[in-house]
Design a protein around this ligand. Structure first.
Ligand SMILES: Cc1ncc(COP(=O)(O)O)c(C=O)c1O
Length: 213
């Protein structure tokens, strides 16, 4: 079985549909987590959803909590062949969603036009702020942002970044994602979530201040 995220978290790497299609031949079951794909400009063109009808070994999972900023509600869904979903429905907890999340989901998905417009707005923000932050972060000595298609950026420090992270938290009340819990990453890596322009400026000022202490 293969479980893959597209775009990948924490790098933000977007895989093309073609590169993933080949994997469907090699694994008995492929679960593709597209939690962040609706936030990626033109991301839907790489989605595996159109392959579901012809690929019985494919499952696509999505989350609404990223797109709508609903961390904590745990609201998402799986797309797969109906037989597989019916089998899962017999095994799983009888309460996969709580009442609040279900009410939010109904409301958010009620109007497809509104939903599409929201996705477009989020994608414009992600492209604009992502490019802007990439350029600004690359200008800070000692930090290297990796290219990302998503609404977060993985940054690598020339030196360990734990002190920087703690300084941001203590003196600036800004919390960056410690990446030591990701296999293969160590204290040289942090992940930044994109904000609006003034939030991004604030983060850059704080980073600059901490790096020059
Ligand atoms: C790639 C990926 N998929 C799924 C999830 C889970 O999302 P949710 O907040 O909807 O549980 C996360 C959470 O960070 C994630 O990074």
């Amino acid at each position: 079985m293969l479980w893959i995220t597209n775009p990948h978290n924490p790098t933000g790497q977007l895989w093309s549909r073609d590169s993933l299609t080949a994997l469907l031949e090699r694994f008995a079951l492929v679960i593709c987590d597209e939690a962040f794909l609706p936030l990626v400009p033109d991301g839907e063109s790489e989605s595996l959803i159109p392959l579901l009808a012809s690929q019985p070994n494919l499952v696509v999972i999505r989350s609404l909590t990223k797109l709508h900023g609903l961390a904590g509600l745990r609201l998402g869904y799986a797309l797969a062949r109906p037989e597989r979903l019916a089998r899962w429905a017999r095994w799983r907890d009888p309460w996969p969603l709580n009442g609040l999340a279900a009410a939010a989901g109904e409301r958010l998905l009620a109007d497809p036009h509104r939903h599409r417009r929201w996705c477009e707005r989020v994608q414009r923000w992600s492209a604009r702020e992502g490019d802007w932050m990439q350029r600004r972060l690359a200008g800070l000595a000692g930090l290297e942002p990796l290219p990302s298609a998503a609404n977060f950026l993985l940054i690598r420090g020339e030196r360990p970044l734990q002190e920087l992270r703690e300084g941001l938290e203590r003196r600036n009340r800004i919390l960056l994602r410690d990446c030591r819990s990701f296999a293969g990453l160590d204290e040289h890596w942090l992940r930044i979530g994109l904000q609006n322009r003034s939030g991004n400026r604030r983060l850059l000022r704080a980073l600059h201040g901490e790096l020059n202490r």
